[in-house]
Design a protein around this ligand. Structure first.
Ligand SMILES: C[C@@](CO)(OP(=O)(O)O)[C@H](O)COP(=O)(O)OP(=O)(O)OC[C@H]1O[C@@H](n2ccc(N)nc2=O)[C@H](O)[C@@H]1O
Ligand SMILES: Nc1ncnc2c1ncn2[C@@H]1O[C@H](COP(=O)(O)OP(=O)(O)O)[C@@H](O)[C@H]1O
Length: 317
């Protein structure tokens, strides 16, 4: 039976600006997404029946049709019914290393990996734009997870422009394991407090330029300038999460006082990350902040920027 083993990396958001509400209920964004080496391992195996089975070693990850990996196979089966009839269903095993509901796109990257595996398993030969289009139907962050590296994302986050990828920066991640933040809640809270309608068609490029402020950080990324990148980190969702979740604000302050290049909440949180120039410094910061926080429920990870998205590690055909 065919099987594929894949690596599905997490992401952090170096920049997240909310430009306004969209008529479809989403928010118009200007974001910079960055892959990191912290990753889940995904096995996708043909099972010759018409079922989809999910196994995951993490108690908070569903194994039913609400799992994004399940939804990825379901979407492929709907779009390619003949291939599904010919090759049958799949069994997916997810080894979770990415914390769940953490703002690190764990579910999205699992779904992206499954799209890649099913494309190969069903011998579809899809192009990158075709895969990206399917990915966007599964979630706003899924197209980025497929491509990986460093990208400027617009629209609801699915329109990508890749930036020069580099892996020389190290990342310390911290998350209280009792805290989970729902992405729809974070956007809804932002809309209630700061919402304003964004009508793309009537916006000239010039008026858009007045609202999007990602230029300096894009420039810093082009120059691989770690100190500038650290200084220019930005996330509008912090405006609703920091006041309601003091643990996040506290972690951010602890990193801030530890001599890092910069610190920010990732996506809708609650993970806070800090950027460092070297692995030794990142390990030192992890130790120092662990001591300052004195909360045994906070987990830490040291990882680094990655230039890659979904990677196929091995296949049996
Ligand atoms: C906040 C971010 C930052 O990268 O990531 P996470 O914190 O979830 O990792 C993303 O914008 C999340 O992307 P993703 O999790 O794929 O979102 P989706 O499944 O498409 O949408 C989940 C919900 O978030 C809200 N949403 C999402 C994207 C967007 N541009 N506007 C929104 O308002 C909507 O309420 C939507 O129903
Ligand atoms: N394959 C999956 N991995 C992780 N979470 C998943 C998956 N499928 C569905 N979920 C659910 O999606 C929600 C968001 O999880 P996740 O994708 O890890 O976070 P985020 O959207 O903050 O990046 C959680 O409630 C989780 O139970």
């Amino acid at each position: 039976m065919r099987s594929y083993s894949l690596i599905a990396p997490a992401k952090i958001n170096l920049y997240l600006e909310i430009l306004g509400d969209r008529p479809d209920g989403y928010h118009e964004l200007a974001m910079i997404l960055q892959s990191i080496e912290l990753a889940d391992q995904i096995e996708v195996r043909a099972i010759g029946t018409d079922t989809i089975l999910i196994h995951c070693d993490h108690p908070q990850v569903p194994s039913d049709s609400s799992n994004l990996a399940y939804r990825a196979v379901e979407l492929m089966a709907k779009v390619f019914p003949d291939a599904f009839a010919k090759f049958g269903g799949v069994e997916i095993t997810i080894k979770k290393h990415i914390p769940v509901a953490a703002g690190l796109a764990g579910g999205s990257t699992n779904a992206a990996a499954v799209l890649v595996a099913v494309d190969m398993m069903w011998q579809l030969g899809l192009t990158q734009p075709e895969l990206q289009d399917l990915a966007a139907q599964l979630g706003s962050d899924v197209p980025f997870c497929l491509a990986g590296g460093t990208a400027l994302a617009t629209g609801r986050g699915e329109q990508l422009n890749s930036l020069s990828a580099f892996n020389s920066l190290y990342v310390v991640l911290a998350k209280d394991r009792n805290l989970m933040i729902s992405t729809p809640w974070a956007y809804q809270a932002y809309r209630s407090e700061f919402g304003h309608t964004y009508v793309r068609d009537t916006q000239s490029l010039e008026s858009r330029a007045h609202r999007v402020h990602s230029g300096p950080i894009v420039n810093a990324i082009r120059h691989k300038d770690g100190s500038q990148i650290g200084r220019l980190l930005h996330n509008d969702l912090e405006k609703v999460v920091l006041p309601t979740t003091p643990q996040v604000a506290q972690l951010r302050e602890a990193f801030q006082s530890s001599g890092v290049l910069g610190t920010m909440m990732s996506g809708s949180g609650p993970t806070v990350f800090a950027l460092c120039e070297s692995e030794a410094h990142a390990q030192e910061v992890r130790q120092r902040v662990r001591g300052m926080i004195a909360n045994p429920d906070v987990d830490f990870w040291v990882t680094r920027f990655s230039t890659r998205g979904i990677q196929i590690v091995s296949s049996v055909t």
